[in-house]
Design a protein around this ligand. Structure first.
Ligand code: GCB
Length: 635
């Protein structure tokens, strides 16, 4: 007998988020109007600085591989029904004999939030499907007239959110934040927040079905109930004006404000303040002198306490001021050439074999990169959590941030393009105050075709519209000249559109042996700066053998020793982010006794121990840093 669920009496819809026009001004509103996913709006900037109830901790969970709580026995979604109940696994209580309920959140097992489900239970390691999460909470005390928002740092991949049995909306995309306004919808006691999270891979998704990383599912990042005044500061940007490091500019976006509401920015450390009036959309633009500002750099990651106030709301955070640009083949940080001593990173804590989510995870991983001698990290292959860029700001690490446009995306599907643009937009809006972030990457190893290039061109245009102050790149591919396999050619129409030409190469691992590096020549037809966004090979930490034994530490170290001089033969080389800082879980890597489900290209093993190649790269970076310091002194 199928479940016939009595519909929940219909309730008024959730208060919609403010129109995007109120968030970002007419230009951005027009850009965002086309994104199509609908459920999310630009989230409140800097959520951890807000009064908030953290909904972290133990949530009750129901594993639902057949999506039984979402689809009825005719595979119709419950929320498509005439009187939308939103789902079967909602907040009904056991107890009434007239209603058969075959679930009970109160007795269901718990999972920790934030956190992926795969690493919390052996039986969920490979699970791809739906898990229902439920958490109850009482409404925190809040001044009259205040507004409340439920903020999710991320849920991979699709989330449907229900409060007290009423659907708030859905979000697609596993690595970007989203929120719903719940003002007037909270009970004093016993609110029931239910989230259906589904991490099934989808051909049309971003990413698509094929990747080389673990498909961690769940409420993987912080969940917060934010409390803000009726009129509040929704977003802001404060940064140096390109081409004039004596002035700052940016905007403050109010929500709920009357026209002409005064807005103030104060940077106490510089003794400056500026005032402006919001326009009819709540947007106030700023342009003011910052005399004597010390510029943020990896050597001196100076930040200023920036305070913003308007209509009784105030928010503040530490912001670094710097410029980033290119000139010919140089990348210029604060007008000076910089070499990017980088490393690539997945958002995974290898010691736990789990998705990284916390500030302490970020400190661990970025601390290892510092120890390696890095001034740059490529955050591959999707937006990492918000703590990472904040810790990078503090530690002085430049960042490349990326969206999961990876390999064989459905280039011809307009919904896929909307999805990718939405993810790019959310990432840029979330991190546009981070001095550390210098490059937006629109994808990785996407095969050249007219459809793909049209798709990527749209993403590049979006990045430039939203943020004309940072550089744009993508990890491209290199091909061997059929007439001479040692002649490596980078030929991609994207190279004409990006600020930096980046490509991945695996000479000596997927192609030939490390000795081949000596014979290789490069044809990179661009005067632009070049970054090698990946190179490397696998080694099992602790496996010692000859340099010709694959998967030994010696092989990997030899590969690094031979690759570095090979890359230095590229005249426009201005940086690199070898693959990768730590071993990471990947279902593509089954080799028993060696990989066991891990990609072993880390310079640090899953046990936290450095491999020999770590020290090879560390030595190289030490020399590069000394060279840069000598050049700076000579200037
Ligand atoms: C690549 C991909 C990266 C893989 C890596 C590998 O080119 O961009 O995601 O993990 O190679 O290990 O093969």
């Amino acid at each position: 007998m199928p479940h016939l669920v009595r519909p929940i009496p219909s309730r008024p819809p959730a208060r919609p988020e403010s129109p995007r026009a109120l968030l970002l001004g007419p230009l951005l509103a027009a850009l965002l109007a086309a994104t199509g996913l609908g459920a999310t709006e630009s989230v409140i900037a800097n959520p951890t600085a807000r009064t908030a109830l953290a909904l972290d901790g133990a949530w009750r969970t129901i594993v639902d591989p057949y999506d039984n709580g979402y689809l009825d026995y005719r595979l119709e979604p419950y929320d498509a029904k005439e009187s939308p109940s939103g789902g079967y696994f909602l907040d009904r209580q056991q107890g009434s004999p007239s209603e058969l309920l075959e679930y009970n959140f109160d007795t269901a097992p718990e999972l920790a939030v934030p956190g992926d489900w795969n690493s919390q239970s052996e039986r969920l390691l490979y699970y791809e499907g739906t898990v229902w999460y439920r958490r109850t909470f009482d409404r925190p005390a809040s001044p009259a007239g205040h507004r409340q928002f439920l903020h999710f740092g991320a849920a991979n991949y699709e989330a449907e959110v229900y409060l007290n049995g009423c659907k708030l909306g859905r979000h697609i995309g596993g690595f970007t934040p989203f929120q719903f306004e719940v003002t007037g919808r909270l009970r004093d006691r016993g609110n029931s927040l239910v989230v259906r999270v589904n991490n099934q891979r989808r051909p049309e998704g971003v990413p698509t079905v094929n990747t080389d990383w673990w498909n961690y599912g769940g409420l993987t990042r912080d969940v917060l109930l934010l409390d803000v005044p009726a009129v509040f500061i929704r977003d802001y940007v404060v940064q140096l004006k390109p081409g004039d490091s004596g002035r700052a500019h940016g905007f403050v976006q109010l929500d709920g404000a009357a026209p002409a509401t005064p807005v103030r920015i104060e940077i106490a450390g510089l003794g400056v303040s500026a005032e402006a009036s919001a326009d009819a959309t709540g947007l106030a633009s700023f342009d003011f002198a910052v005399p004597g500002a010390a510029l943020w750099s990896p050597e001196d990651p100076r930040r200023y306490d920036v305070r913003i106030s308007a209509a009784g709301d105030r928010v503040g955070e530490m912001i670094g001021l710097r410029t980033i640009s290119t000139r010919g083949s140089d990348i210029l940080l604060n007008g000076r050439p910089v070499f990017l001593r980088g490393i690539s990173l997945h958002e995974e804590n290898p010691l736990r074999g789990a998705r990284a989510f916390s500030e302490s995870d970020a400190r661990l991983l970025l601390g290892w990169a510092k120890e390696l001698g890095c001034n740059f990290i490529r955050l591959a292959h999707y937006p990492h959590n918000e703590h990472v860029a904040r810790v990078a700001d503090e530690l002085g690490l430049l960042l490349w941030e990326e969206i999961p446009v990876y390999w064989t995306i459905h280039w011809g599907d307009p919904a896929t393009l909307d999805n990718a643009r939405e993810q790019l937009t959310s990432l840029i809006l979330r991190d546009h105050n981070r001095a550390s972030v210098v490059i937006w990457s629109v994808g990785n190893e996407t095969p050249v075709s007219p459809e793909r290039t049209a798709f990527m061109t749209r993403l590049i245009a979006r990045a430039r519209q939203l943020d004309p102050t940072r550089l744009v790149s993508a990890a491209m591919e290199v091909h061997a000249d059929p007439a001479n396999p040692d002649r490596k050619v980078v030929e991609d129409p994207l190279a004409a559109l990006t600020d930096v030409v980046s490509f991945n190469e695996y000479v000596g691992w997927y192609v030939g042996l490390p000795d081949d590096c000596a014979k290789v020549s490069w044809v990179v037809n661009t005067a632009k700066p070049v970054i090698i966004s990946e190179f490397g090979g696998d080694a099992l930490q602790g496996l010692h053998a000859t340099a010709l034994t694959r998967f030994s530490e010696e092989f990997q170290a030899d590969l690094y020793r031979k690759t570095l001089p090979m890359l230095e033969r590229i005249p426009q080389l201005r940086g690199m982010s070898p693959w990768i800082l730590c071993d990471f879980r990947s279902p593509r890597r089954p080799l028993a006794g060696i990989q066991d489900g891990w990609n072993r290209k880390g310079l640090i093993g899953a046990n936290g121990k450095r491999k020999e190649a770590f020290f090879v790269l560390q030595e190289f970076y030490k020399a590069k840093a000394a060279e840069a310091a000598a050049q700076a002194k000579a200037r």
